[in-house]
Design a protein around this ligand. Structure first.
Ligand code: UFG
Length: 331
């Protein structure tokens, strides 16, 4: 089976490429390297290009006969999306439509889409299942929801089968240590705490201790990158090998929430074993952060026969820390 991974040089995409290649897939990566890194693509063929380039897409689809497409190439910073919605609607929606249209023209019928918990907006209950209303509160979430809706219409009209996977908090790194999380700028909690421990940052700031949670800090559902990727592999199998027809959507998390303070405590425990420590500061709430975001992933587990393997926060942090230690050695 030949799969196109768009955004395969990014954090989630590069781990997906590795998993597909080790499962025996023939992988082609398309990435414009705007946020991804050439050196993260360890397998398959890398084509450097942009989804805005319709001629390039046409040529790629003439040259390769794909069995499926996985799409990770999007801008994903909530704050930036509020400052610059144009960038988000153009890249996340219009460019995705270029990709879907070339697939339709070339009769490529299987699509796996990176969606997000941000499509739900402020939760009205927890954990969040697939029946929860989708009312995004920022342009990032809106763009992802728009694509989910486009996928439903493209299924009805053109017979395009798809699975949208709504990630909660993606984290961790390749257990073999070959690749890991690389963002510039980094905004995510676990890598930021690890950078505070390794000395790449001075400290970590807790964004608010006055939330309605037990310790006052926000609760999130942290899911290991390899568990996310195995859900994508199962999703592809669901619409290809198992021939399920439709535009499906599933929530992906571990179903267990950890507070910011609990994450800091676990990181401290892991890094102290190596003789590192970190400074924690308290700051104001970050705009737009819901108090609690936890996934109900029972539907994904039952339907895709998927099971998270690395569901212990400590293991997630250990893998991310192994990666951080490699980065500091490199610098
Ligand atoms: N946090 C801090 N200090 C930091 C960074 C984060 O206290 O320096 C807190 C945040 O306030 C939040 C938690 O740590 O409570 C997790 O924050 P992240 O930025 O790591 O992740 P988010 O939950 O904000 O974002 C994730 C995805 C987004 C997605 C969003 C859905 O990364 O792409 O979930 O709401 F949009």
């Amino acid at each position: 089976m030949k799969v196109l991974v768009v955004g395969g040089a990014g954090y989630i995409g590069s781990h997906m490429v590795k998993m597909l290649a080790s499962d025996g897939y023939d992988v082609v990566v398309l990435d414009n390297l705007s946020t991804g890194f050439r050196e993260s693509v360890k397998y398959g063929t890398l084509i450097i290009g942009d989804l805005a380039d319709v001629n390039l897409l046409e040529n790629i689809f003439i040259e390769h006969k794909f069995d499926g497409v996985m799409h990770f190439a999007a801008n994903s910073l909530v704050g930036e999306s509020m400052q610059n919605p144009s960038k988000y609607y153009r890249n996340n929606v219009s460019n995705t439509q270029n990709l879907l249209d070339v697939m339709v023209r070339h009769h490529v019928k299987h699509f796996i889409f990176s969606s997000t918990a941000a499509t739900f907006g402020e939760p009205s209950y927890s954990p969040i299942d697939e029946n929860h209303p989708q009312n995004p509160i920022n342009p990032y979430g809106s763009t992802k929801l728009m694509v989910e809706r486009i996928l439903k219409d493209y299924h009805s009209a053109y017979g395009l089968h798809s699975v949208s996977l709504r990630y909660f908090n993606a984290c961790g790194a390749d257990p073999e240590g070959e690749i890991g999380e690389l963002h510039d700028p980094e905004t995510h909690l676990i890598p930021l705490i690890l950078q505070a421990a390794s000395g790449r940052r001075q400290d970590i700031t807790v964004f608010g201790r006055d939330y309605p949670t037990e310790d006052g800090t926000c609760i999130r559902d942290y899911i290991h990158i390899n568990d996310l990727c195995s859900a994508h592999a199962q999703a592809l199998n669901y619409i290809t090998e198992q021939s399920h027809a439709g535009a499906f959507a599933f929530n992906l998390g571990n179903g267990k929430g950890f507070s910011v303070q609990e994450v800091i405590d676990v990181v401290k425990e892991v890094v102290e074993r190596d003789g590192y420590n970190l400074t924690v500061k308290d700051g104001e709430r970050r705009q737009g952060d819901p108090a609690i975001l936890v996934a109900d992933s029972k539907l994904a587990q039952a339907t895709l026969q998927w099971e998270p393997k690395f569901d212990q926060l400590k293991i997630i942090v250990e893998h991310a820390w192994n990666w951080e230690k490699q980065i500091i050695k490199l610098n």
